[in-house]
Design a protein around this ligand. Structure first.
Ligand code: AKB
Length: 317
């Protein structure tokens, strides 16, 4: 990786991946591309920031050639709950966007990182210790896009030799940028509300176990996978990775240890509950560990402590 393009740079993952890549490869070598959302100051100050509509094939190709890009972290996508509200737009952004990135990569010799998700699984998939290779019949537009994207990325690798690699991210927890319209967003919102209001109304039921991960582990995974020697990889799109699995009430207990007067209530959102009920409770990520040394650093307790400390400082400044 020498010249990197990050699409969806203003989003939850991008706003932290761009600085990490710039630290490692130099500010001038990492182009951050956003679309509608105003960019964070750090994206503009510490390197090149551009506006890019990934659904426009000519724009994607022009940017890749203009900046001599050799690696693309393609993060621009709609999340699960938003995709269910507007499935047509989800297909356009998530699938047409990826197709344009893959075509540009084929023409210009770029490697591609693609973030798949626990959403690539469906209600018929084994929900506990979900295997790396298993049944994938998702029943949401987000899931249909994710599983199609995994297949498309693999196709571009086997058919055209494009170096495509990806992970199936669980719910991601971070303090820099809020996620925009996912099913696992409760696990981020809860921290803001716990610090500011001492109470949170959760939209998922008690007992809804889902895989989760703290953002530093998610960033580390993306960079480590793309830096792994290709000869080690038997799989490519996409690797199961997880760091913890918990239900909302367990996260509330963990927060209560540090904010004792915190209270949690429930008002279930049927759409997001149905999505969560179709996803794995806990994935088996041994293949990622074996093939490229995936190892998370943050468990529930360590993540909660770090989130509360850093978010408290952020909200006070
Ligand atoms: C979402 O909830 O949509 C995402 C995901 C798990 O893919 N966070």
């Amino acid at each position: 990786m020498k010249r990197i393009l990050v699409t969806g740079a203003t989003g939850q993952i991008g706003s932290e991946l761009v600085p990490a890549l710039r630290k490692r490869y130099g500010g001038d070598n990492v182009i951050a591309a956003g679309h509608k959302k105003a960019p964070q100051q750090s994206l503009i100050k510490e390197g090149t920031y551009i506006t890019l509509d990934v659904t426009n094939p000519d724009s994607v190709n022009t940017v890749a050639q203009q900046y001599q890009i050799d690696t693309i972290f393609h993060l621009a996508a709609l999340l699960s709950a938003v995709s269910e509200k507007n499935p047509q737009l989800a297909w356009k952004v998530n699938m047409d966007g990826l197709f344009n990135i893959l075509e540009t990569s084929r023409e210009n010799g770029c490697a591609v990182f693609f973030p798949s998700s626990i959403g690539a699984f469906g209600p018929n998939t084994p929900r506990d210790d979900t295997p790396q290779d298993t049944l994938q019949r998702p029943n949401t537009m987000y899931g249909v896009c994710k599983v199609s994207s995994e297949l498309l990325c693999n196709y571009y690798y086997t058919r055209f030799g494009v170096d495509t690699r990806g992970v199936r991210y669980p719910g991601l927890i971070s303090y820099e940028t809020l996620p925009g319209g996912g099913t696992t967003d409760y696990a981020v919102e809860i921290f803001y509300q716990a610090i500011l209001e001492k109470s949170y109304t959760c939209f998922l039921k008690q007992g809804t176990y889902l895989d989760m991960m703290y953002m530093p582990d998610a960033i580390h995974a993306a960079i480590k996978l793309m830096e792994t020697d290709a000869s080690r990889l038997k799989h490519r799109n996409a690797f199961n990775i997880t760091a913890m699995s918990f239900a909302p009430e367990e996260l509330a207990i963990s927060i209560k240890k540090l904010i004792p007067d915190f209270e949690m209530n429930y008002a279930i959102d049927p759409v997001r509950q149905a999505i969560a009920d179709s996803w794995p409770r806990h994935m088996d990520d041994r293949v990622a560990k074996e093939e490229w040394g995936w190892e998370p650093q943050f468990n529930l307790e360590k993540m909660t402590t770090d989130m509360i400390e850093r978010l408290t400082k952020k909200l006070a400044s």
